[in-house]
Design a protein around this ligand. Structure first.
Ligand code: KG4
Ligand code: ZN
Length: 346
């Protein structure tokens, strides 16, 4: 079966084709992505209305591109999958509308996918896919969760953020330091030249005894340092900015690392999956790999270019859900989107 996946929940339009196989994980046939980063950069963050309008422009050309690359025709698609939520309402409506229109015109069933499940299952697109069960650290722009993943559709939340997400902590701190959008990669790049111990920043909830996270206090501490440093933060004669970036990154990664290890210990599981945009962070991968190696745990990640939003993870999640008997594609082309949609209620 061939699945066409459409992702449009935020600032990237992604389309992909995935094919199920007789045995093993479904296989990625082709995928294409258009990032709106350049467009939103001028505003320092995502402008929802501009995002929706741009998705409308991109989605059909991207669909044509993936079909051409896979040498398939639209009629050969068996299921049209789309991100149903969570995300920006207007942006989600574009993907859902196009998917359902395609389904109706082709007389093929459609399937709405949970964006976070897409991230969670994205490591199955890699050459070294994980095996169930595993602990998942889901770290995106809007979510930070530790989960016990038993099989497709069976996700138990072990802990989550009580305020900001890890990606948000990167983005907001980067903004305070005058680094660009999106903040995660910008802060991480700046941090490469800095000293991670230069500034003492808090590691919230590190010793809370549970698996929850809190990043709002860290952002406040970064603001305090930014105010203290004043214009010297931007002085190229000093290393203040790189030092503050490195200290911020170290604090976020430290908490993610320690809590992930605690989750592995609590569950007794020997496999770890990291997914979502922050999963692209080099320091997080490095430190987690080292710690997992020491603990005899296998760590899996999506390929770097599939860490942030993309259509491949949506097509993959749809294919895996259908294969696992978790969801049946529907010939009902009325749709709603779910801008707020906890994975636990899925
Ligand atoms: O998963 P994602 O693409 O979108 C959401 O579903 O939210 O994640 C985007 C988040 C942003 O906060 C971005 O700053 C962060 O992932 N991010 C990174 C890196 N690349 C993306 N954070 C830290 N280091 C990176 N290399
Ligand atoms: Zn995402």
């Amino acid at each position: 079966m061939i699945f066409l996946g459409i992702e449009s929940s935020c600032d990237e339009t992604g389309v992909a084709l995935v094919e199920t196989q007789v045995s093993g994980s479904p296989r990625l046939l082709s995928h294409a992505l258009f990032s709106q980063i350049d467009m939103h950069q001028a505003y320092g963050g995502v402008v929802p209305e501009l995002a929706s309008r741009d998705h409308i422009k991109r989605v059909i050309p991207l669909a044509k591109e993936v079909l051409q690359n896979a040498q398939l025709s639209l009629e050969q698609v068996d299921v049209v999958a789309y991100t149903r939520g969570p995300g920006l309402a207007g942006a989600l409506l574009v993907g859902a509308g196009v998917a359902c229109a395609l389904g109706a015109s082709l007389k093929k069933p459609v399937l709405g996918v949970h964006h976070l499940e897409g991230h969670l299952l994205s490591p199955f697109l890699s050459d070294d896919p994980p095996e169930f069960p595993f602990v998942a650290l889901l770290v995106s722009g809007g979510h930070t969760q530790l989960m016990r993943v038993t099989s497709v559709g069976h996700y138990e939340i072990l802990g989550e953020t009580v305020d900001d997400a890890a990606g948000e902590a990167f983005d907001k701190s980067a903004k305070l330091m005058g680094l660009g959008y999106p903040g995660g990669p910008a802060l991480s790049k700046c941090a490469e030249q800095g000293n991670p111990t230069a500034f003492k920043l808090p590691r919230p909830l590190l010793h809370s005894g549970d698996l929850d996270f809190s990043f709002a206090g860290l952002k406040t501490s970064v603001l305090t340092q930014v105010n203290k440093l004043g214009s010297s933060l931007h002085d190229p004669q000093t290393t203040h900015k790189a030092d503050l970036a490195a200290s911020t990154e170290a604090a976020i990664v430290d908490v993610l690392l320690k809590k992930s290890l605690a989750a592995l210990k609590a569950t007794g599981l020997r496999r770890m999956v990291v997914a979502g945009g922050v999963g692209a962070n080099r320091l997080l991968r490095l430190q987690l790999n080292q710690a997992c190696h020491k603990a005899g745990v296998r760590a899996h990640y999506p390929e770097l270019h599939l860490c942030t939003d993309n259509g491949a993870m949506i097509a993959m999640a749809a294919a895996m859900r259908v294969q696992a008997g978790q969801q049946v594609p529907q010939f009902d082309y009325s749709f709603d989107v779910k801008p707020r949609w906890p994975l636990s209620s899925f």
